[in-house]
Design a protein around this ligand. Structure first.
Ligand SMILES: *Cc1c(COP(=O)(O)O)cnc(C)c1O
Length: 221
């Protein structure tokens, strides 16, 4: 067994069935991604548009590519044709742009709204208050909620990051806040993308349905 498949097996043992594992392959080689693919993984996450486009071209077409980085509006159209899920949409301007490019090619693009709950200023996302303002826009009684103004988008849940701290209770509080927001906005069940290598066990305990794990699978970047 390769180191990568060994790491994946260990992580998989700890994940409940409801949780989708997104293997964060940013800055990692195509060869290492192929090892994860051989181990059965099909969800990969990238944080740079050019890298995502290149890897999408080189790797098997049944991979679900997740964009997990900060997306610039001028690069949206490069990934809209194939991306499986855009995590971390953090502005109405970006929603507008993804919607526009999606409509051009007749696609409905799945996206997650990023919510800022961490103490750090550096992390992006809508504030908890802004999320409350967005709520009326979301058609709650729709099985797959869509923002009325955005027919090119499927807003299927939220994404967030906890503070980068050793204080496990603070991390837990922040994940719990995200879970509460997700439950309010998506009462019929939505995607809740939270948890990375160092904090995903807490995220899973607090209800994550998707975890984004990089270094614990592929090693340090
Ligand atoms: C890099 C990254 C991850 C993965 O981080 P690891 O600590 O390597 O697991 C998860 N989410 C986002 C948004 C990232 O940028």
């Amino acid at each position: 067994m390769s180191q990568v498949s060994d790491n994946i097996a260990k992580i998989r043992e700890t994940l409940p069935e409801r949780v989708t594992l997104v293997c964060v392959s940013k800055f990692q080689s195509v060869g290492l991604i192929e090892q994860a693919y051989a181990a059965g993984e099909r969800h990969f996450g990238e944080s740079r548009v050019q890298e995502l486009v290149d890897k999408h071209r080189q790797l098997p077409s049944d991979i679900h590519w997740h964009f997990i980085g900060h997306l610039q509006t001028n690069k949206v159209k490069q990934i809209v044709p194939f991306v499986a899920l855009i995590h971390g949409v953090d502005s109405l301007r970006l929603l507008d742009e993804i919607n526009k490019e999606a409509l051009k090619i007749g696609r409905v693009v799945p996206v997650l709204l990023e919510v800022h709950v961490a103490q750090e200023e550096t992390k992006s996302g809508f504030s908890v208050d802004e999320m409350a303002d967005l709520a009326p826009l979301i058609e709650l009684n729709h099985a797959a909620p869509v923002l009325r103004e955005y027919p090119g988008l499927n807003i299927c849940g939220i994404m967030g990051m906890a503070s980068n701290t050793d204080d496990a209770e603070q991390v837990r509080r922040e994940f719990r806040m995200l879970a509460t927001i997700a439950k309010n906005l998506f009462p019929h069940g939505g995607v809740l993308s939270m948890g990375m290598s160092h904090d995903y066990p807490i995220a899973v305990e607090e209800g994550a349905t998707m975890v984004r794990i990089g270094s614990s699978i592929f090693g340090e970047r």
